[in-house]
Design a protein around this ligand. Structure first.
Ligand code: F6P
Length: 351
């Protein structure tokens, strides 16, 4: 049913196009879905397997044939596509990572690459593609939708930085992993009366840093969304603590702000307090998903299939006001996510 609207000879700049909003289409003119592809793309996130499982099981229950695409969009344009049955997703719910594997495809970032992916969807007669990933992956899905290939997005990223949704799959597990690591670092920082500077993930987003900082009682939390002043926000906070008897300090840095090593050096030089850097890095992306991520992934996967059953394509599955629902892909990607002043204020009040 994917109706590729262009070929190499007449492909306009995909950025100048708009994906069809199926809520504005007479559904009696739309063919029902038969064959559905699913892929994971971008950085892996705990719970992606649970989302694939939900999509595959609910899809089969809806009467669809389900196809797994390996290595994200890279595997799509290369035709790494095979049918999945209900059993093929057994024993995946509790596993971290993504058994379909993932990639950040350079080819797919070009219009010609997107066209190649769409051609492969046609070759495999995929009526729709479910994309589990973050913002970058959603842009790939939107590009496919803009040239006529129906897609559904399911939010999967530890960063929780997708504007249309309050929650992304993997976020809870990543925060819990970071929190547990920081609790351990606190033990040693307190034994040695040190400052522990911990770099958490989030190149462009401070959600992990902010919430983990609140949960671990950090002295300072540095996030990309809020410019910081070293003297006011780090140095004086640490020294004020020391001058009132504090013996150890936790500083959390989102990776987008700076490097833990440099900040630790700066702290040590300026205060004389021993400061040690730790980069949590990809530890935060691995591990068995928490209950929250497993249930969110399962419910969001089911919602993706609901959209296909209702012939409502080009949608993003989202959580809004606590409910799992869906939004138009163009509208969803046009939104911007900001960290609210309230949460920043709350973090400050605890510091
Ligand atoms: O988007 C998820 C994320 O883990 C970010 O927090 C981080 O900046 C980035 O991916 C790291 O990506 P890579 O897999 O290339 O190390």
């Amino acid at each position: 049913m994917g109706r590729l609207l262009y070929d190499e000879s007449n492909l306009p700049e995909i950025n100048s196009l708009k994906a069809l909003n199926y809520d504005e289409v007479d559904k009696s003119t739309v063919q029902p879905v038969k064959r559905v592809g699913v892929l994971t793309s971008g950085g892996d996130a705990p719970g992606m397997n649970a989302a694939i499982r939900a999509v595959v099981r609910a899809g089969i229950n809806a009467g669809f044939e389900m196809y797994g695409v390996t290595r994200g969009y890279h595997g799509l344009w290369k035709g790494e596509i095979k049918q999945l049955d209900g059993r093929s997703v057994s024993e995946t719910l509790q596993r971290g990572g993504t058994f379909l594997m993932t990639a950040r495809s350079q080819t797919f970032m070009t219009d010609q690459g997107v066209l190649k992916g769409a051609r492969m969807m046609e070759a495999y007669e995929l009526d729709a593609l479910i994309v589990i990933g973050g913002d970058g992956s959603y842009k790939g899905a939107r590009a496919l939708a803009r040239i006529g290939m129906p897609v559904i997005g399911v939010p999967g990223t530890i960063d929780n930085d997708i504007a249309s949704t309050e929650y992304t799959i993997g976020y809870d597990t990543a925060m819990n992993t970071a929190m547990q690591c920081i609790d351990k670092l606190r033990d040693t920082a307190s034994s040695h009366e040190r400052c522990s500077v911990i770099e958490v993930m989030g190149r462009h987003a401070g959600w992990i840093a902010l919430n983990v900082g609140i949960a671990t009682g950090a002295e300072s939390i540095l996030i990309p969304e809020v410019p910081y002043d070293f003297n006011r926000d780090v140095l004086r906070v640490i020294l004020d603590g020391r001058n009132t008897g504090k013996k150890h300090y936790i500083v959390i840095v989102a990776e987008g702000v700076g490097h833990a090593e440099e900040i630790a050096k700066q702290i040590e030089e300026a205060t004389g307090i021993e400061a040690r850097p730790t980069i949590l890095g990809h530890l935060q992306r691995g591990g068995s998903p928490t209950l929250r991520d497993r249930t969110m992934a399962s419910l969001m996967g089911i919602k993706a299939i609901d959209c296909l059953m209702e012939k409502r394509f080009n949608r993003l599955v989202v959580r809004q006001h606590g409910e799992i629902t869906d939004v138009d892909i163009e509208e969803g990607l046009a939104m911007t996510k900001t960290i609210t002043p309230e949460i920043i204020e709350n973090a400050k009040r605890l510091g």
